[in-house]
Ligand binder design. Sequence first.
Ligand SMILES: [Zn+2]
Length: 323
Amino acid sequence: MPAPAVSQGPVTGTRYLVHGVFWDGQPASGPEYDGGAPAMRLQSPDGDIRQLSLHPGARLGFQVADPVRSCLGHIRVHSLARRDHVLCPAGAPAARGKQCERCFMLDESRLIHDFHRGGRVTPGLRDYLMQEHWLYVATFAGGSTKVGTASGPRKWNRLAEQGAAVARYVAHAQDGRVVRILEDLVTAEIGLTQQIRSSAKAEALLLPLPAAELDATNARRAGEVRSLLDRAAVEGFTVVDEPWLRPAQSEPLHGAGARHAYPHPLGSGRHGFNVAALTGSIALAGLDNTDAMFVVSLGQLSGTSITLGDYSSDVPAVQEALF
Ligand SMILES: [Zn+2]
């Protein structure tokens, strides 16, 4: 989704509510290019939204100010091109996922998933859903594979946000209703899941499978999906075979270099590290005073409040055990 209006960069010492990691920038233009301009979206106390860039080499230092998750507001879709992210007026605790009860009920993006089953939608949401969509098959670092959908403008970004190791587009659908009928068909007939937990993605990145093996898995599953779609009695789509281009700043996480699980819980305390690479919302972090690299799932910060500052994560005491 398009980023809300952004004023400036975040300020050290200010307390922010973390909305998560977003890849809203231009797609990677070639295999060796960074893409997506990933950033952590932060909400200031006066309701400004600020972006903390997570480019390679970016420094991320913060103290957890409140581990209790707050509501991240809700989405209102006005048209194909225009949607608002409405911040939670009450600043309420999150009760359902990342939202309070009220924002959960008001969130129009929730209705997207029922539209193809005959659910009712607002005119703005109908406008959004009637644009072209893509069906993709994505494989993650541990070899698990999912089927998913992306709207036309988010064709590349959706997969960058997921942190896929390798992915292929398998169908181009005329609208968001058709693409979700196809998605459900693939799950029912081939058994591909529509969701992979972020904790499983992070764990797999500690020891990613070789690239050739992941590509073979993805090619095989995508081939199965295309065969199924070739004989599907559904109108309004064409079968395609098109690779997704992984952004260069994700490469070190999917490569073979040694790395370890980040040794501190993100829900409390002070943290500071350099972002060496990023895939989805998972970072490869370099800590001060060690060459060891660590896998940090930044998505865990969503909904918590942090204060930015010049902090440095402790290197684990038994450092020898890491090597
Ligand atoms: Zn709320």
